[in-house]
Design a protein. Structure first.
Lengths: 478, 302
């Protein structure tokens, strides 16, 4: 890519002594309004409504979304996942990863700019900061001032509000693992458990620290995304682009002057794009690893362009190829359909469809068959052979189920009359039962014989259709 | 710590640990106070990829350096509080054994009352109470199933606990006694009787359970049985629970229903059946609970 190569040239070092450790430069992002800022707010509100709201919903007389780590049962609305359902988590992670690849290949760091919790909470924290301390200029002035009663008051209110939001976030987070209404009661009766307290404070501290203090440092030094964005982009990826050809040579000018005659480009060098940048970079230097793709500079620059009466889009979403070949938006859109994105999309569709189909066909009753470890085969009398199995029967439904165990595969094979053949299990519970099976010796061959257990699960109330599970195992004849 | 074969290793580890921490601190201090001279640039590491991609030795953020200091301080505090410096046990006196014992004591305080409550019941009541019986079943599956199988049906050498045949008696007290103190059955070898006699006795034993046998041999074996075996197994072969001598007339075979050859082997070489004692390991109440479960296997609820 052309622009980044130029930007990689090391600026000549200032002729002063430098520490080997970089002293952080404070960034005071200026507030910005516009199309993309509005989109970010839509996503902030949507994601946070889901995050803060979900734990308060009720479903089947329990919390709608609850990850019960102690009982190892994950409730998500009508579904109850057991550890055996780990494959769905795998599918979800694969879908998330490929969605990220796809979005990044098409339009760069969309995730970072609009939906990443680091961005979302920073946005909320900066909003509070702006309401309390004022915009960029006011904040810079306040920080330079010596400590005074007013400054102390302003700073205290900002941190007070930050901490309140952070604690609420920590509380909500823990509310996904401990029923949130119980947790709320415990907060007020001082009955929080030590681990609940720890995680509320820990997650609260992480929110306060990352969104209030660390901010762009998280994106620059902690998050790996910035470092591998290079391999996720290609020349047809939409990135935040400064139109160098149109903008340069940049320079201040009077509105009334014919700048073109003076040999100036469209960039008025107002510096707004730098002031609004949450990571403190100058987008005019081209694509940089610090750029989280938030498009604040696009909004900022467009406002200036409107005021100047110039066409918008000096900084815009564009691709390397588009800039080089002067493509219009239709050609850019056509280039979205390229090998890379099509491969990502097909994998994504296949995995998503497979996941939905298996989820739809999921039988909410599970049976594991374990051959008894102690007794291989018994021959209580010559014509019959006995085998013992342990059946782990799991009822993952939220209602009682009546189970009937059957066995087949050898002529005359049956459960012994004193063996467990019927049982009833409560909602979301399981039991291991020893099952005794007998078969006529003459109908089975010596060694192992294939048989199967059939477990029918009926709804005692008769409200739903019975379920049937077949599990294969072997019957041993010595 | 007794794991060290000599005091030298304790000193060795302590010195290496402290020297490493000190060296890290010195390195950090030296680098964080060092300055680049005016005009001096951060060095390039000397690798080039893809024509122009170079690795710069760029400065770390300051807060990152502070994290290193925090890590060092954490390390020192940890080594003071917890074991780590050779044989020094740490001022908190923490040990994994101590933690284990603490957790066991806590679990005991929590579950003991329940076990005591059920341990006070008689076996029939435990068998009739689903919660108590389930507790007994879990104890059985963890401790007894490896020999007696998970259905309690046994296997050759390990008695079936589901039938009415009891080697050591099936009364509640006898079952509890068997589990509490264990049992040692001792069938001596009878090789000195000679192959012919042994075969004859074997056929007599087969006849007692009504199995196919050679009646000539059985008649001859009866005398040998009366002279040698009846002392323990009784004149009619009905066995003696006090000695653990099995009943030979019920067609239930402790060492497998292999017929003649198994019986000959038993008589020739003898048998040594051992049931270990569980009281020390399980405690009185758990023994009672598992005995209740075993009782329930042959006394199913009506």
């Amino acid at each position: 890519m052309d622009a980044p190569v130029e930007s990689m040239k090391v600026e000549p070092a200032a002729p002063v002594e430098q520490a080997l450790y970089e002293i952080r430069k404070r960034i005071y992002p200026r507030a910005v309004t516009g199309k993309f800022a509005a989109w970010r707010w839509v996503l902030v509100l949507a994601t946070q409504l889901v995050f803060y709201g979900t734990p308060w919903l009720t479903w089947n007389e329990r919390q709608a979304v609850l990850f019960d780590l102690v009982a190892r049962k994950f409730y998500i609305f009508g579904l109850v996942f057991w550890p055996q359902d780990i494959v769905y988590l795998t599918l979800l992670l694969i879908i998330s990863a490929y969605s990220l690849f796809l979005f990044t290949a098409i339009a760069g760091r969309l995730w970072c700019g609009y939906a990443c919790p680091q961005t979302v909470y920073t946005e909320l924290f900066m909003w509070i900061e702006r309401k309390v301390e004022g915009d960029r200029g006011a904040r810079m002035k306040l920080d330079k001032e010596p400590m005074s009663a007013r400054k102390l008051r302003v700073k205290a209110s900002k941190h007070g509000l930050w901490i309140a939001l952070a604690l609420w976030t920590g509380f909500t987070f823990v509310g996904y693992f401990t029923p949130i209404k119980t947790l709320w009661g415990e907060v007020w009766s001082a009955g929080l458990g030590p681990w609940e307290t720890f995680w509320i404070l820990f997650y609260g501290f992480a929110t306060y620290g990352n969104a209030g203090w660390m901010r762009e440092q998280v994106c620059k030094y902690m998050c790996p995304y910035a470092r591998f964005q290079g391999v996720m982009f290609d020349p047809d990826t939409l990135i935040i682009t400064y139109d160098r050809e149109r903008g340069e040579p940049r320079g201040a000018r009077n509105r009334s002057v014919d700048y073109k005659a003076k040999g100036l480009g469209d960039c008025v060098d107002c510096g707004i794009c730098v002031q609004v940048c949450p990571t403190g970079i100058d987008i005019r230097n081209g694509l940089q690893y610090e750029c989280i793709g938030c498009a604040a500079c696009i909004d900022g620059c467009n406002q200036v362009m409107s005021k100047m009466g110039y066409p918008k889009g000096l900084i815009r979403y564009s691709t390397e190829t588009a800039v080089k070949k002067h493509l219009d938006s239709t050609s850019i859109a056509k280039r979205v359909f390229r090998g890379r994105t099509l491969v990502y999309t097909s994998i994504l569709v296949v995995v998503a469809v497979a996941g939905l189909v298996t989820l739809y066909n999921r039988v909410p009753v599970k049976v594991d068959v374990i051959r008894d470890r102690a007794s291989f085969a018994r021959d209580p009398s010559d014509p019959v052979v006995q085998n013992v199995y342990r059946l782990q029967i799991m009822n993952t439904q939220e209602r009682r189920a009546a189970f009937a165990i059957g066995v087949s595969g050898i002529e005359g094979i049956h459960l012994l009359s004193d063996s467990t053949s019927q049982l009833e299990l409560g909602p979301a519970s399981q039991k291991v039962v020893a099952v005794r099976v007998e078969a006529p010796r003459q109908n089975a061959k010596p060694g192992s014989n294939r048989i199967q257990f059939t477990v029918d699960a009926a709804d005692p109330s008769g409200a739903t259709q019975p379920l049937k599970i077949v599990e294969k195992t072997t019957f041993v004849v010595q | 710590m007794s794991e060290f074969t000599s005091g030298f290793w304790s000193v060795y580890i302590t010195l290496i640990t402290l020297a490493s921490i000190l060296a890290c601190a010195l390195l950090l201090w030296r680098l964080s106070t060092k300055k680049l001279a005016p005009g001096e640039k951060a060095s390039v590491m000397g690798h080039v990829w893809d024509e122009n991609l170079e690795e710069f030795n760029n400065p770390l953020p300051m807060w990152w350096m502070y994290l290193f200091w925090i890590t060092l301080i954490f390390g020192v505090v940890y080594l003071v509080l917890y074991p780590g410096l050779g044989s020094f046990g740490g001022v908190l006196k923490w040990s994994s054994t101590g933690q284990y014992e603490g957790e066991m004591a806590k679990a005991k305080a929590r579950y003991e009352p329940k076990f005591a409550e059920y341990g006070a019941l008689d076996l029939a009541s435990i068998a009739a109470k689903p919660e108590a019986r389930d507790m007994g079943e879990r104890i059985f599956l963890n401790n007894c199933a490896p020999c007696h199988a998970s259905d309690g049906g046994g296997r050759p050498g390990f008695p079936n606990l589901r039938d009415a045949d009891w080697q050591w008696g099936g009364e509640p007290d006898q079952i509890v006694q068997t589990i509490t103190a264990g049992r040692q059955a001792m069938m001596p070898p009878w090789a000195q009787l000679g192959e012919e006699n042994i075969k004859n006795v074997a056929h007599y034993v087969l006849s007692l359970s009504g199995k196919t046998h050679d009646s000539m041999r059985a008649t001859q074996g009866k005398e040998v049985f009366a002279a040698n075996c009846a002392a323990c197994h009784g004149p009619e072969g009905k066995g003696n629970p006090a000695l653990g001598a099995p009943n030979l007339t019920d067609n239930i075979w402790l060492y497998g229903s292999g017929g003649e050859s198994t019986i000959i082997q038993t008589i020739t070489n003898g048998r040594n059946g051992v049931m270990p004692a569980w009281e020390e390991f399980l405690g009185k109440d758990k023994v009672k609970l598992v005995a209740g479960y075993v009782y329930s296997l042959s006394h199913p609820a009506k």
